[in-house]
Design a protein around this ligand. Structure first.
Ligand SMILES: Nc1ncnc2c1ncn2[C@@H]1O[C@H](COP(=O)(O)OP(=O)(O)OP(=O)(O)O)[C@@H](O)[C@H]1O
Ligand SMILES: O=P(O)(O)OC[C@H]1O[C@](O)(CO)[C@@H](O)[C@@H]1O
Ligand SMILES: [Mg+2]
Length: 327
């Protein structure tokens, strides 16, 4: 028999992502719209274990739609990885009368959510909130569009100084084990090449590419390097290239946590709004252990297992396009 939740809780977990606030707002307001009690949990799974709960209403989430970060705060919780931590989390939920949970986060957060949901037969839905875009079951995760916009804004600025001095810049972007941020920002910023986990860039290939650029009279260049690439650390790559091309002035820039901040783009605000509503509506029709996502403009619910383990798809067409355009 379908058990409809009456009291929903929401938390944000893992690295913060622009648009998480918009997602919280959408969850809170749709819960209120459907006549449900809604509680915010502070500090992700740490707050779940510590009982850091606050009942929310539609006014609690005013003026946050355009704010970066997450007002509920986020955390990486080692205690939630332990059965004792999850037991404490369950006891706190049960004590408060909460019967469903919405987790806004990335693959790690959904791994924890799946384990918890199975252990305690507790209804959980995920909302993809991570700049990395590394989840199967949604074309974009919340925060990815803003992060790539921030990355290209920075790379455009680097381009100004690179071209003034005829320099080669290696620019490192985030993305953990995936190259979504790297590839999208490389195309949008017209980078000479992109080194990311999904392509097996070799040093020979890099040398060839830089030689070709020289022949084509490209005197300033940018190579985007995904932090999770398999070739090596950005400084190792830079040292290798300095050895091979002593006449080139090579610089390294690491964009780092800049990419996590800032006001969310229109795309992320709308995506977060859609997915927050979809998460609440999913709970009300009995969905469980799934992530709400948007694929080809449609809301879909993907089992956590699949969202986490199936490889999010890097479109090889984008790699091909980048190669053509950087001739
Ligand atoms: N195997 C697991 N068992 C229980 N909890 C887990 C597990 N894996 C991850 N978690 C919980 O999820 C939290 C967030 O995971 P993680 O740090 O990987 O971030 P994420 O959700 O993938 O987001 P992002 O990648 O954007 O930072 C972890 O700190 C931990 O509390
Ligand atoms: O903020 P932290 O804990 O250093 O984590 C950084 C990681 O988090 C992310 O920003 C989001 O998963 C990754 O791109 C990056 O590898
Ligand atoms: Mg992750």
């Amino acid at each position: 028999m379908l058990k409809i939740p009456s009291h929903i809780a929401v938390l944000t977990s893992g690295g913060d992502a622009p648009g998480m606030n918009a997602a919280i707002r959408a969850v809170v307001r749709s819960a209120v719209y459907y006549g449900k009690k809604i509680t915010g949990i502070y500090n992700g799974y740490e707050g779940l274990i510590n009982g850091n709960f606050q009942e929310l209403n539609s006014r609690s989430v005013k003026y946050i739609l355009n704010q970066g970060g997450t007002f509920l705060k986020s955390a990486r919780s080692d205690r939630f990885r332990t059965p004792e931590g999850r037991k404490q989390a369950y006891d706190n939920l049960a004590k408060t009368g909460i019967d469903a949970l919405i987790v806004i986060g990335g693959d790690g957060s959904f791994t924890g959510a799946k384990i918890f949901s199975e252990e305690y037969d507790f209804q959980v839905i995920g909302v993809p909130g991570t700049i990395d875009n590394d989840l199967y079951g949604t074309d974009f995760t919340i925060g990815y569009d803003t992060a790539t916009n921030t990355a290209i804004e920075c790379i455009d600025k680097i381009r100004d100084t690179a071209s003034s001095h005829d320099r080669l810049f290696l620019v490192e972007v985030m993305g953990r084990d995936s190259g979504f941020i790297a590839l999208r920002s490389a195309i949008a910023a017209g980078a000479l090449d992109v080194i990311m986990p999904e392509n097996d860039t070799t040093y020979d290939h890099l040398v060839e590419t830089i030689n070709r650029a020289g022949k084509n009279k490209k005197f300033s260049n940018i190579i985007v390097v995904a932090e999770g690439n398999k070739l090596g650390n950005i400084f190792e790559i830079s040292n290798f290239l300095k050895g091979k091309f002593p006449h080139l002035d090579i610089k390294v820039t690491i964009l780092g946590h800049l990419q996590r901040g800032g006001s969310p783009t229109v795309y992320d605000r709308v995506l977060a709004s859609k997915l927050g509503v979809a998460a609440v509506e999913g709970l009300l029709i009995g969905r469980n252990k799934v992530m709400a996502g948007v694929m080809h403009q449609q809301i879909i619910y993907t089992p956590f297992e699949e969202a986490i383990t199936r490889k999010a798809y890097i479109n090889p067409e984008l790699i091909r396009i980048n190669k053509i355009l950087t001739i």
